[in-house]
Design a protein around this ligand. Structure first.
Ligand SMILES: [Zn+2]
Length: 325
């Protein structure tokens, strides 16, 4: 992953590119979404992504959906989905359609995987993590990437009598994927080299996040993806899948991350505190912090939630318009 330039300023971070034409995106075409994983309640970092995606949809006069990304069931926590929906509602972030749950959409993912298999764009893989480690070590290439191993392509040309465990997407060597992030600017990644053939369906029978997201975004007609910067690195893989499945590629905006006191990304995994939405005052504070992270003017304590959100929509829209002129 590499960016061709630095983020374009702390102020108004989502603008910056005339390529993003607000005028061409009307109410009928803009569909955005917030897609939390129910591995715990929302925290300050996830509210930034939720608020940004909601503001971008509202500023475009578009629709905003919520999708519960519980495809990785073993990591999900019972009841977290309902907690998240309640937290969003307390913040005034109400989806325009009923939320969907990925765990109920496996048949859609299977329908997308089948043609990839028949076109030999997906192939079965028999490797355990240990097998992959050993193959990489034998090639002198055992550098992990964010803790993930670059798949060495062991099963590309067949299983040699072994039992397939997972399905992988066949990537093209030497072809970088390029895109322009609305905040981060030009991006590129050589998926074959940096990630390798990636998993579409896991050895435990669950569909991989990459496939589920791409299928759902297409099925739900998502035109704009606004999500946390920690997910930037998934974009190239998702674009390759969109191209293989003849889906349109949405526009991407990756929002700034909220850092914990130790400078690490704030996440459920490092014990980020659940967002406190138990009182209007606590909710106001949380929303104000998220807005400031997005470069928006904080609202005064006497502003109610609706007034604050409306003011931020106006600020967001003004930034979009200035980015196109
Ligand atoms: Zn393999």
């Amino acid at each position: 992953m590499s960016a061709a330039g630095p983020p374009q300023g702390a102020k108004a971070p989502w603008g910056g590119s005339a390529a993003h034409e607000v005028a061409s995106v009307g109410a009928r075409t803009y569909r955005g979404r917030f897609a939390p994983s129910p591995t715990g309640p929302l925290h300050a970092g996830s509210l930034v992504a939720a608020l940004a995606s909601w503001l971008d949809a509202r500023a475009h006069g578009g629709q905003w959906l919520v999708r519960i990304e519980d495809v990785d069931l073993p990591r999900c926590i019972a009841g977290a989905d309902q907690t998240i929906l309640q937290q969003l509602a307390a913040c005034g972030l109400i989806p325009d359609e009923a939320p969907v749950w990925q765990s109920q959409r496996s048949s859609l993912y299977q329908q997308a995987l089948a043609p990839l298999i028949s076109r030999q764009l997906a192939y079965p893989c028999a490797c355990s993590r240990k097998d992959i480690e050993m193959a990489l070590h034998a090639q002198g290439l055992d550098k992990p990437r964010h803790g993930e191993l670059v798949y060495p392509g062991t099963c590309r040309e067949g299983l040699h009598g072994k039992q397939g465990r997972a399905w992988r997407f066949r990537t093209d060597a030497g072809t970088a994927t390029h895109w322009r992030d609305r905040r981060l600017g030009p991006q590129q990644q050589d998926v074959a080299n940096e990630v390798g053939d990636f998993v579409l369906k896991r050895a435990d029978g669950l569909f991989a996040y990459q496939l589920a997201v791409v299928v759902d975004d297409a099925a739900q007609g998502i035109s704009h993806i606004v999500r946390g910067e920690d997910l930037t690195d998934n974009t190239a893989r998702q674009m390759l899948l969109q191209q293989a499945l003849a889906y349109p590629t949405p526009q991407y905006l990756h929002t700034p991350l909220v850092l914990a006191a130790d400078g690490q990304k704030l996440s459920k995994q490092n014990g980020a505190q659940a967002l406190d939405t138990r009182t209007p005052e606590a909710t106001h504070t949380a929303l104000n912090q998220a807005a400031q992270c997005l470069g928006l003017q904080p609202c005064g304590t006497r502003d109610n939630r609706g007034t604050a959100l409306a003011a931020w929509v106006e600020q967001w829209r003004a930034t979009l318009q200035s980015a196109t002129t």
